[in-house]
Design a protein around this ligand. Sequence first.
Ligand SMILES: [Zn+2]
Length: 336
Amino acid sequence: MIMLQIPVSEVISRIKKETNLSEKEINSKIKEKINSLEGLVSEEGAAYIVANELGVSLLDSIKKSQIKVENVSGGMQSVDIVGKVTRVFQPRHWEKGRKKGTVASFIMADKTGTIRIVIWDERVELIGQGKIKEGDIIRVKNGYAKKNLRGEREIHLNMNSQIIINPENVKVEVADIKEREVPESKEVEIKDIEVGDSIKTRGVVVQLFDPYFYQMCPECRKRVDDEGECEEHGKVEPGTSVVFNFVLDDGTATVRCVSFGKTAQILMGLNEELDKLSEENPEELKEKINNFLLGKEIIVEGIVRENQAYERLEVIINRSRVNIDAKELANLLSQK
Ligand SMILES: [Zn+2]
């Protein structure tokens, strides 16, 4: 073993800083280690082993501090960041001239936002074998940040980067998904809506249509064909998504509203996984949704589109509120 000439107290304080373990917990881990190695190792040596097992690098000469998602900018080196996985994109092969390889990615979130983490080649198996999955806490050490072609920030990993899955005692708070930014929308009455408007409106749900489940590409969320192939991304591991339509009435007119995926799930009042739901008893599912939404006063925000096949306007919902509290409702009503 390489002796690092770092005093035990310093090792303990680094572990404490990087894992949130208490000094007592760290000391007991060190004692356990000494016992399990039957006294073959000194306290110092045991402390190094414990640090190593917890992914705390004692060789980091520069003390880097973790940054939050909102502070990541393209070109940053040695990015150390922690987040919770919100989406996983399965590995896929790429070829460009003579070069080829495999790439996979996942989205992780903290309190300040979300960011894509991109991993290459052998490491993609972490995703391929399901070792990184939704809900996992991930620490990325020594990654680098860049902007992709769409101008979005990403963190890439190279051979010098480290990825730690579910580090002990690290908790991550994630921003509420409903709080994410949406385009500025104006409050309008349904009778006044026009194609292309970004609108916000309040009304009562007067009619529901059966939800329709389908298989989608995890990359672009478009529908895949019967063979599980995406037009743009080829063979993918499809996920389940859903379309859900209903009619909203605000007293001035009615409009058909269309929702997809998570947004649809919130509107239907369903927390379970979509895959499970689509296989459940469809009658029971319909009844559940009816009980939850029919006759309810809700607020929707979205874009007005023309459905040319049916020659009617529809609101494609990007955000909704299904539980309006009494105080807010009174406020809204007094504005009318
Ligand atoms: Zn796709």
